[in-house]
Ligand binder design. Structure first.
Ligand code: NI
Length: 390
């Protein structure tokens, strides 16, 4: 694998940053120590540093060359998860109940590594915006940075992101065009009936039986409403009802999540859920109220930038190690908000075997430091090719 010598030299230093971040995880919009760490490093490398976008977000600006006015953005996420770490190694989380179980420690460290390398070598002509975003998990830190004027304050023609991918060997990069990550919406249904003695159900209106019907009938959205060739997931993940054996309760609350791979399918979901709630409610003689919350849009890679990302990846890991055969993930990703504003590509970087619990969001997960030269090498190659220096 032709990774540049200087990046190989920087690997232990970048791994040390990564382990420091791993030991000090912070949740959404609380990335105070992390953003201080990032800002201090960027300043040390000589970048112009901007803080406060998306509350705890950081943008580092690096200009080089002969005054070229082209600009691109590279993005990493910084937040951790509310999971108690089960690992025993020295760099394990020092914060009870919080851990970097999605590798955002690795993403942050690799983008910092790329900033350091590019600030040293300056082999490009134009502007690179290094975007460190908060709150990727559930809270939409990417959306907040966009709302705070990310693309107005830092003009850029395209924006690129990456995520480590357990189960894919280190040294492979996946770059697929089109939808790569799903839209992510949540819903809640309040089912109101009339509570009664469990032995005399005919004297009340049972919300439990109605809600149970609803759970089953919601599955007809995927099987009967949306085309079989379009991906959709409707999962009811919470069913709250009752307190004892012999009482039919007054109310049941259901909650769940909806995933799709196209904006057209996403916009059909709320009406489909509403129709089923109304119908089942009528059939069962109860009332149902649907609250549908739009979360993240579909993460869509643009054609041109994806082709470019593949060329870049091929130059770093060899064309045989560039994967184009991977199915999209039904997981959500808030880089989607940035890709709605600018063309770009979100790649998957192999993190090695997923055995032993090393899966994303598992208490035994750890980012693989062997992937650092691949990620940093990809960023460096991408900048030098997107903004050719000489
Ligand atoms: Ni993640």
């Amino acid at each position: 694998m032709p990774v540049r010598d200087r990046i190989r030299e920087l690997q232990p230093e970048i791994a040390a940053w990564r382990r420091d971040l791993h030991a000090h995880p912070e949740l959404a919009f609380e990335e105070y120590r992390t953003s201080d760490f990032v800002a201090a490093k960027l300043e040390e490398f000589g970048l112009e540093v901007h803080r406060g976008l998306g509350r705890t977000g950081v943008v580092g600006v690096l200009r080089a060359g002969r005054g070229g006015n082209q600009a691109i953005g590279l993005r990493a996420d910084m937040d951790a998860l509310p999971i108690q770490e089960a690992n025993e190694f020295a760099h394990r989380s020092t914060v009870p109940g919080k851990m970097h179980a999605c590798g955002h420690d690795g993403h942050t460290a690799m983008l910092l590594g790329a900033a350091k390398y590019l600030a040293e070598t300056r082999g490009f002509d134009g502007t690179v915006n290094f975007i460190f975003q908060p709150a990727e998990e559930n809270e939409g830190g990417g959306r907040e940075m966009v709302q705070d004027g990310l693309f107005e304050r830092f003009p850029m023609a395209a924006v690129y992101g990456m995520h480590n991918w357990p189960g894919m060997p280190v040294g492979q990069i996946g770059a697929m065009p089109g939808a790569v990550m799903a839209s992510m919406d949540n819903f809640e249904v309040a089912v109101r009936g009339l509570g009664t003695h469990a032995a005399m159900p005919h004297l009340g209106r049972d919300p439990v039986v109605a809600a149970a019907n609803l759970v089953g009938t919601l599955q007809t959205v995927a099987s009967r409403t949306i085309a079989p060739t379009d991906a959709v997931v409707v999962s009811v993940t919470q069913f709250h009802a009752g307190d004892t054996w012999n009482v039919i309760p007054q109310e049941v609350v259901l909650r769940g999540t909806v995933r799709t791979l196209s904006p057209q399918v996403q916009e059909r979901m709320e009406p489909a859920l509403k129709r089923i709630c109304d119908g089942v409610a009528l059939a069962c003689g109860v009332e149902m109220t649907l609250a549908y919350h739009y979360g993240y849009p579909v993460t869509v890679n643009s054609e041109t930038e994806t082709r470019f990302s593949r060329e870049v990846a091929g130059a770093v890991v060899g064309t045989d190690n560039v994967r184009m055969d991977l199915s999209p993930s039904m997981g959500g990703e808030d880089f989607a908000f940035m890709l709605k504003e600018r063309p770009g590509c979100y790649v998957w970087v192999g993190n090695g075997p997923a055995e032993g619990g090393c899966m994303l969001h598992n208490p035994r997960y750890d980012f693989n430091d062997d992937a650092i030269p691949v990620g940093v090498g990809y960023w460096a190659e991408l900048v030098e090719r997107a903004l050719p220096g000489r």
